[in-house]
Design a protein around this ligand. Sequence first.
Ligand SMILES: N[C@@H](CCC(=O)N[C@@H](CS)C(=O)NCC(=O)O)C(=O)O
Length: 325
Amino acid sequence: MGLLVDGVWHDQWYDTKSSGGKFERAAAKFRNWVTPDGSKGPTGVSGFAAESGRYHLYVSYACPWAHRALIFRQIKGLSDHISVSAVHPDMLGDGWTFQTDDHGATGDTLFGLPFARDIYTKADPAFSGRVTVPVLWDTQQNTIVSNESSEIIRMFNSAFDAITGNTDDFWPEAQRDAIETVNNRIYDTFNNGVYRCGFATTQDAYDEAIAPLFDTLDWLEDRLARNRYLMGDALTEADWRLFTTLVRFDPVYHLHFKCNRKRIVDYPNLWAYTRELYQHPGVAGTVNMDHIVRHYHYSHDTINPNRIIPTNPVLDFMAPHGRGG
Ligand SMILES: N[C@@H](CCC(=O)N[C@@H](CS)C(=O)NCC(=O)O)C(=O)O
């Protein structure tokens, strides 16, 4: 794991010394938006019009943030319009690589480059920052549109509707403020909260993250006892953002990130809801549990230096979920 400084790769782990042992996620740096006509989005510059075959998505199947983008590509009918490359699950001294010796790792199907960092320096030869996935690449301007998943899913939600004919709306205007409130709590304490627990390097930093994480799971369990989905009767982006952390929780975060007060299977509503979302058409195919389990345990040598991959209990995501009846 490492980062680019002025376009040069440095192999180093996250710096938690300056933050009292806390893991602090850096903000993504490419923040342009694909829009139906190429006009400027909420951030960045104009010039990225929605077109079939123009954009390429770089993902890791292991990564919960990239997984959001993969799910939206699927549920918004974009598979024939946006191509995908998937990195290798092992993220070691060279960061994400395009090695192909693992089922599902496609290599860089656009350029045949060896490392994900090469995509970043192709877009900006002097790039400084972490080389993260997902990355949305524009084959026309030969640059990165965005490396921020929360924004990529909003582009996928609507920018290509005229091309796909799919007008399902997971970010409905009338609910945006309410969705934002729910997203923020889930992001801080759960999506990113598991990382704040797992990457903490002091007891205090861990303690500070673990308590709100389980408070949020109790709050979610109660909310999902009363509502089929987070925002009521219809699926929204808030559900998909939650799902990618839920599906990784028992196989990875519970043990590897020490989020072990309870498991998701111990919460009847959360577990049934996780199964329902997993069984949503097209979604199961975006979940590569081998990459998920392998990546975390093999790549984080400060947490698991001997790279032992655990034999997890087998979870039946396809068991009837019984929700919505
Ligand atoms: N803000 C980004 C975060 C993406 C992110 O941190 N991805 C992780 C994988 S789960 C990554 O690529 N990490 C590499 C690194 O930090 O060096 C997003 O949501 O798109």
